[in-house]
Design a protein. Structure first.
Length: 468
C-alpha cells in the first residue's frame, strides 16, 4: 500500500478548513487540546491514545460506612463509594444499596482518602554506594529485581503513585508496564529513566559503571554540550520517559537545550541542583526543583513568579546530617544544616512556591517506609501546614506537580480509583498514616490488612489438551 502524499492544493484546503493548524499546548504534557473528547488515553503522562477498555480490570467494589477525606477541601463526611473498572464512579449518601455482584468493603471507623504520591524515588538504586560497586548490582537485570522487591514497601505505606527520578536503563519502564498490567502489585510508576548530568556531575561519583552516552545499563548519563543534552533527552523519550530529570553541573546552553527539547516532546523537567545551577534551571524554565539546597532569595522569587514547584525532600538531608553531613562528594561541595534548609522551606512557602512531597530514599531506605514518608509530612507540619494541609500536599499538590491532577489526587467521581483505607483519622493526626489497611490502585486491590497481596491467578484452558 502506498502512503498518500499531501499536494500543495490539499494542504491549502486543509489549512483553510483549520485541519492543519497545530493545536497549542497550554503547558508541557497538556495534550488535552489534541484529542476528541471521547479519545481514551494511557493513564500516564504520555497520554497515548488507546483502544477503549484497554487494560481496565473488571472491578465492582462498594465501600460502605466510609469516613471520606476527599482532598478537595470539603469537610470530612460519611459516604458510600462505588468503584467500577479503574474509576471511582460514585460518591453518595451512606446507607445505599451495593450493586449486583459487588464486593462490599465495610470501612466502619476508618478513613478513606486519595492514595499518597511520592514524587522522588529511585526504585532500582544499588543496595550500597561505595566503590567498587559489584557490576552485577548495577546491571539492568539486578535493577529490575531490586525494583520489583521495593514496590511492596511503597504500596503497603499507602503510596499509590511514585515519580521515579532516575533508575537503571530500561528497568523502571518495564516495572511500570508490569505494575500497570496488574502482574506485580505496586504503585503507579511515572519514570524519568536515566539522570542527565554534565561530566563528573551529581551521581557520577557513586558508580563503577560507565555513565557515557549510549551506555544502557547505568542510572546516570553524562552529556557535554547542548547537542548531547538534547540527545540524552531524546534517548530517555525513546525509552518511554514520563518526564526528564537533570542534575548539575551544566552550563546555561546545556540546560536551555534540554528543557527546550523536553518541552517540545511534551515532557516536564525536574532538576536536582544548587546555588547558581538552580538559577540557570529556573531561567531555562524547568517545571520543578528537587531538594532543599541553597539558592538565592531572588531565585526563590523567580520560582514563585514562573510557577516552578519545589520538591524539598527534607528527609534524606536530615538523614545525611544525622550522619555528619554531605561529605566526600565531588559534586556536592557544601554543607547545609537542618536549620538552613527549613528556613529555605519557609521562605519558599511564604513566596507562594508550590511544595510537593518526596522521600528520595536510596540504597535500602525503603525499609524505613512508612516512617520516612510520615517524617516528610512532619517536616511540612514544621513549615506550618496543618495535618489536613499536609495530606493535600501529599495527594492533590503532588498530582498537580506531576501533571496528573485531572485523574489523580482527589476522590471525585470520574477520577482513577487510587485510594487507601486508614485505621484512624490522618487528617487530624498524620501519625495515623502508619495504619494503612487497604490500598486500591486503578481499581485493583493490591494491599489487604496492611500487606501486599499477589494478583488474582489467571486461569485459562490450554487449547492443546485432548478430552479424556
Ligand atoms: Zn534522588
Amino acid at each position: 500500500m502506498k502512503f498518500m502524499m499531501w499536494t500543495a492544493s490539499m494542504l491549502a484546503a486543509a489549512i483553510a478548513s483549520g485541519a492543519a493548524a497545530d493545536p497549542p499546548l497550554a503547558k508541557p504534557n497538556d495534550r488535552s487540546g489534541l484529542y476528541d473528547a471521547k479519545t481514551q488515553t494511557t493513564n500516564d503522562l504520555r497520554r497515548l491514545p488507546v483502544a477503549p477498555g484497554t487494560n481496565v480490570p473488571k472491578t465492582n467494589i462498594f465501600i460502605t460506612n466510609a469516613r471520606l477525606f476527599d482532598g478537595t477541601g470539603v469537610p470530612v463526611r460519611a459516604v458510600d463509594l462505588l468503584i467500577q473498572g479503574d474509576k471511582l464512579v460514585r460518591v453518595g449518601e451512606p446507607g445505599g444499596e451495593p450493586p449486583e455482584g459487588a464486593e462490599v468493603i465495610d470501612a466502619r471507623g476508618r478513613t478513606v482518602m486519595p492514595g499518597l504520591i511520592d514524587l522522588h524515588t529511585h526504585l532500582t538504586y544499588v543496595h550500597a554506594f561505595g566503590l567498587p560497586a559489584p557490576l552485577s548490582e548495577e546491571s539492568q537485570a539486578g535493577a529490575a529485581i531490586r525494583g520489583a522487591e521495593r514496590l511492596r514497601y511503597y504500596a503497603e505505606s499507602g503510596i499509590t503513585s511514585v515519580r521515579d527520578v532516575a533508575s537503571h536503563g530500561m528497568a523502571p519502564f518495564l516495572l511500570k508496564e508490569e505494575v500497570a498490567s496488574g502482574a506485580i502489585p505496586g504503585p503507579r510508576i511515572f519514570a524519568a529513566g536515566q539522570l542527565i548530568v554534565g561530566e563528573g556531575g551529581h551521581g557520577t561519583e557513586y558508580y563503577a559503571l560507565s555513565t557515557a552516552p549510549g551506555y544502557a545499563e547505568a542510572a546516570v548519563r553524562e552529556a557535554s554540550g547542548p547537542d548531547e543534552w538534547r540527545a540524552a533527552v531524546r534517548a530517555n523519550f525513546k525509552s518511554g520517559a514520563d518526564l526528564i530529570k537533570l542534575a548539575s553541573h551544566f552550563n546555561q546552553e546545556e540546560v536551555d537545550a534540554a528543557v527546550d527539547e523536553a518541552h517540545r516532546l511534551g515532557l516536564r523537567v525536574t532538576v536536582d541542583s544548587e546555588t547558581i545551577y538552580t538559577r540557570m534551571a529556573v531561567d531555562a524554565g524547568v517545571d520543578s526543583i528537587e531538594h532543599p539546597l541553597p539558592r538565592s532569595a531572588e531565585t526563590v522569587t523567580l520560582m514563585a513568579k514562573k510557577g516552578i514547584a519545589s520538591v524539598p525532600t527534607f528527609v534524606p538531608y536530615q538523614y545525611i546530617n544525622s550522619g555528619g553531613g554531605y561529605n566526600g562528594s565531588t559534586s556536592r561541595r557544601f554543607t547545609i544544616s537542618d536549620e538552613r534548609m527549613f528556613a529555605l522551606g519557609a521562605e519558599m512557602k511564604a513566596a507562594g512556591v508550590k511544595l510537593g512531597v518526596g522521600t528520595d530514599v536510596t540504597l535500602d531506605g525503603h525499609h524505613y517506609l512508612p516512617e520516612v514518608y510520615v517524617q516528610e509530612l512532619r517536616n511540612f507540619r514544621r513549615l506550618g501546614y496543618s495535618a489536613s494541609q499536609a495530606l493535600v500536599a501529599a495527594t492533590l499538590t503532588n498530582a498537580e506537580i506531576l501533571g496528573m491532577d485531572d485523574r489523580l489526587g482527589t476522590l471525585q467521581p470520574g477520577k482513577l480509583a487510587d485510594l487507601i483505607i486508614v485505621d484512624g483519622k490522618p487528617d487530624q493526626d498524620i501519625e495515623d498514616l502508619k495504619k494503612v489497611d487497604l490500598v486500591i490502585v486503578g481499581g485493583r486491590i493490591i494491599v489487604r490488612d496492611g500487606r501486599a497481596i499477589l494478583p488474582p491467578r489467571i486461569e485459562e484452558k490450554a487449547p492443546f489438551t485432548s478430552a479424556k
